[in-house]
Structures are given as structure tokens and as C-alpha cells.
Design a protein. Structure first.
Length: 481
């Protein structure tokens, strides 16, 4: 038995979500990503003397929406606080955040474990705050540049309970959380652009021990894979230290993705180190019952409920559903296609196969394909009913996406409709038999893979228009009997 079996890992995650608002959380500056450095700033987000912050109502509404979707209890009364610390990318030298009266408490996220069982991960709290700017360091170590466009971007920080026991559970938790937030339209959750960031707290202890071990925070992880890899490395590092009789220091460590290791950054701060006190420029306020109910009623069907409905209505395989409902827009597209051609499994095969292949190939979402659900429904129907071979239908789909033309128009213009006339196919079959004597003998000798080759030759000679089922039947009748 490995000595690592002596220990148990305890993980809690702090996820920062940039909210999808047009303007920043306490001022009217644009919240658009990608603008030139320091072009989206004003005296408020730069913390100039005499300015006053004003809370963005949309940021509050999106925060409440996320908290409700996570099953949190929303605070009726809330306030903001000043979190004091110095960073070069935080001009005010304090961050407006929430401390003892956050937006929400006591939520949960259900994840699926590797063995197929379910586990519930608690959400301790969700609180609103503003983001800091961004430092860009000279690779030579001579200077650093600062871009303050991100300063004041609205954030919701979601803090999990220390219920996570493995790096894989952490990965699953983040995957489900991201899916829920994207379903709500509250954030694009793009980790590469920093709109979703995760800090992980990890400790290890002897199995059966109730007291938590010494906590280490890991930062600088820019993908879910990086989170999983960093946690895997860190639990190994901590277990090795304990096994060697050494102490674990409470600290913040940075993940080095290239080297695959964590490195010490600074001693870990406690809440008292930030000297929180109530934000004097933003008075405590009450969230109205009407606002709460309006937001509650605006919640879309969430992934877990959509999964259950797809299972009951469309009778699809579990893995097919997981792929199709991963993004809300793809799930909506799928349902619109089924309305046009009521063959749930056939449509699912096309959506998770050819449609998603084109999305990945072009680096766009489902809307970026500009493919009308009715057009895909028409194409799937033609393929199912034998008007087009599957191979031709795939090429028609590509042209639909490339040109925006209707599938019926492409089929008519190019004369692609499948040939199902037995006489015509029989003529082609005879030519294929004459041209491929070895494959003919193989088939007669019982080598079944020869039939696939011969049918392929029929399809090639007919330019993909022959009905493959009929070609197969005619070949067998002539060669096998």
C-alpha cells in the first residue's frame, strides 16, 4: 500500500467570475475586453480624491441570478466593505468587496464522480467585488507595465466549502459551475481573457483526522486542466513533506505550467490582514422582494433539469445528452432541428458529429455557423429517407455553412439526389465487379470486408449518388446468392 493512502486531501475553491455587464461595477466606463491599454478608465475606477462609486444594477441582478441558480440563500440586507492592501494595479490601494454581509450563503453544486455516483459540494458564500488591473512584466525583469482597464470590472466571488477531496472532483466542480453560469448568460467564463479565474486552497491530513491540515493557496492557473494538474502536484508535495517529518507552511504559491510545479509567492494573508471596514461611500441597502422574484422568474432551464427532460422526452443516450446540453445555445439549436424533423437520435448524431466538427474546425459557436435549424432538419430528412447518401449529405452541409444556401438548392443545382433506380445501380455494380476480380473472389470466399470495398467503388463510380443499401443488396445477390 502506498504511503499516500495514509492521507486525505481537502480542497476548497475560490472562483472569480467577471460579470457580463456593459459598464463597470461602480462607474460608467466600458467593460469591453480588448481595448487599448488604459483607455477605459475614469476618476472613479482610478480612485481619484472626491469621487463617489455608484453600484451597477445589472451587476447586482446578474450576481443574484447566479446565487439563485446555485441554490443560495440571498441576504435581504447587504453592504460593501473596503479590503485594504497595496498592489501596483489597484490605484485606490483598497478593493471594494464584501466581508461580513455578503450577497449570498449556503448554496451547492452537484457533481458526478468517476464511478458514476453523485456528490454534493457546498457553496459557502458568494460576494460581489471589483477587479484590479493587470500587470505586464518585462521578460528581462527591467520593468513592469500596468493596464488599468480591468480595474472596476464587476466580479462575483464564489467560495466552495472544503468538500472536495480530489483534483478530479475540483475539475468536475468547475466544469458544472461554468456550465451553469454560461446558461444564465452572466459571463462568457473565458479563462484565457480572465473572465473566470480560480484560486485553490489545499491541505492534507491523516485519514480519519477531523482537524484540517495547514492550508496552502495556489494561484496563476489559467485552465481547468491547470487547476487539476496544480492540485495533483501540490497534494503530492505536501504528503512528501509530512512523510519526511517536515512542516507545511501556510502560504500562497504560484503554479508554473511549463515546469509542472508550484513555487512560493508570499505568506498567506488572513482576513484581519486586510483590515476590512464598511465602505463609507456605499450605504447598506435592502434587496427588494419584487426584484428577487423578477430575477427568479427570469432563470432559464438549468443544465440538470434540461438533462432530465432530454432523457424523458428524447430518450437519448446519457453521453449524447451531456454533449448536446453542454452549451445552452447548442441544446436550443438541437430542439429547433427536432421540431423540423422529429427523429431525436438521428438529429443528435448530426449535431454532436458533423455540426460540432464544423464549430471546432472554424473556431466558432453554434451561432457563428449561421446554419438555420430548419435547413439541418431538411438535410437530415433527405439523408434519412434516402434522397441523399450520407457522404453527399455531409458535403451539402459544408456548402450550406460556407455559402448560406439552402440544402434543397444545392442538391438541385448539382444534381446530387441519390440514385435509387435498381437498373441504373445494377449497371454500375456490373462495371465494379468486372474491374475488381480479386475482391469479388474474396467476397465469394467469405471475406466480409470485401463487400465494403466493393460498395465503396460503386459509390465512387456514381460520384456518391448511388443508394449504398441497394448497392450492397445487388452485389450480394450477384456474388453470394
Amino acid at each position: 500500500m502506498s504511503y499516500r493512502d495514509k492521507y486525505e486531501t481537502v480542497i476548497g475553491l475560490e472562483v472569480h467570475v467577471q460579470l457580463n455587464t456593459k459598464t463597470k461595477v461602480f462607474c460608467g466606463c466600458s467593460n469591453l475586453f480588448g481595448a487599448g491599454p488604459n483607455t477605459q478608465v475614469c476618476p472613479v475606477c482610478l480612485g481619484m480624491p472626491g469621487v463617489l462609486p455608484v453600484l451597477n444594477k445589472q451587476a447586482l441582478a446578474l450576481s443574484i441570478k447566479i446565487a439563485l441558480a446555485l441554490g443560495c440563500d440571498i441576504q435581504k440586507n447587504m453592504k460593501f466593505d473596503r479590503k485594504n492592501y497595496y498592489y501596483p494595479d489597484l490605484p485606490k490601494n483598497y478593493q471594494i468587496s464584501q466581508y461580513d454581509m455578503p450577497l449570498a450563503f449556503k448554496g451547492c453544486i452537484d457533481i458526478e464522480l468517476e464511478d458514476g455516483s453523485a456528490k454534493r459540494i457546498g457553496v459557502t458564500r458568494a460576494h460581489m467585488e471589483e477587479d484590479a488591473g493587470k500587470l505586464m512584466h518585462d521578460t528581462g525583469g527591467v520593468y513592469s507595465l500596468v493596464d488599468l482597464n480591468r480595474t472596476g470590472t464587476p466580479l462575483l466571488e464564489i467560495v466552495s466549502e472544503p468538500d472536495i477531496r480530489t483534483p478530479q472532483e475540483a475539475h468536475s466542480y468547475l466544469t458544472v459551475l461554468k456550465q451553469i453560469i454560461k446558461y444564465l448568460g452572466a459571463s462568457d467564463c473565458n479563462m484565457e481573457e480572465g473572465s473566470l479565474r480560480c484560486d485553490a486552497n489545499i491541505s492534507v491530513r491523516l485519514r480519519g483526522e477531523k482537524k484540517l491540515g495547514t492550508k496552502v493557496e495556489i494561484k496563476n492557473m489559467n485552465s481547468f486542466k491547470a487547476v487539476k494538474d496544480a492540485l495533483t502536484h501540490e497534494e503530492d508535495r505536501q504528503m512528501d513533506l509530512l512523510e519526511d517529518g517536515e512542516k507545511i507552511m501556510m502560504e500562497t504559491r504560484l503554479w508554473d505550467d511549463k515546469k509542472g510545479v508550484t513555487a512560493s509567492m508570499r505568506a498567506k494573508e488572513e482576513s484581519h490582514d486586510y483590515r476590512y471596514f464598511p465602505e463609507p461611500d456605499l450605504v447598506p441597502f435592502e434587496i427588494s422582494h419584487d426584484l428577487m422574484e423578477d430575477i427568479r422568474l427570469s432563470l432559464p432551464e438549468l443544465p440538470d433539469k434540461k438533462f432530465e427532460r432530454f432523457m424523458n422526452v428524447y430518450k437519448l443516450d446519457k453521453k449524447d445528452i451531456e454533449v448536446i446540453i453542454l452549451e445552452r445555445e447548442v441544446a436550443d439549436f438541437y430542439e429547433d432541428v427536432v421540431k423540423g424533423f422529429n427523429d431525436a437520435q438521428n438529429v443528435a448524431n448530426w449535431v454532436k458529429g458533423e455540426v460540432m466538427m464544423h464549430m471546432n474546425e472554424r473556431g466558432v459557436d453554434i451561432a457563428g455557423l449561421k446554419l438555420a435549424p430548419a435547413d439541418l432538419a431538411s438535410l437530415v430528412k433527405m439523408a434519412k429517407e434516402g434522397a441523399l447518401s450520407y457522404l453527399v449529405a455531409k458535403e451539402v452541409l459544408r456548402e450550406c455553412i460556407d455559402t448560406g444556401k439552402k440544402p434543397e438548392s444545392i442538391v438541385a443545382e448539382k444534381g446530387l439526389r441519390q440514385v435509387s433506380d435498381q437498373g441504373e445501380i445494377e449497371k454500375i455494380v456490373d462495371q465494379v465487379i468486372a474491374a475488381n476480380p480479386k475482391s469479388v473472389e474474396d467476397l465469394k470466399a467469405g471475406k466480409e470486408n470485401a463487400i465494403s470495398f466493393l460498395v465503396g467503388q460503386v459509390m465512387k463510380m456514381s460520384k456518391g449518388k448511388a443508394n449504398p443499401r441497394m448497392a450492397n443488396e445487388i452485389l450480394r445477390s450477384k456474388l453470394v446468392g
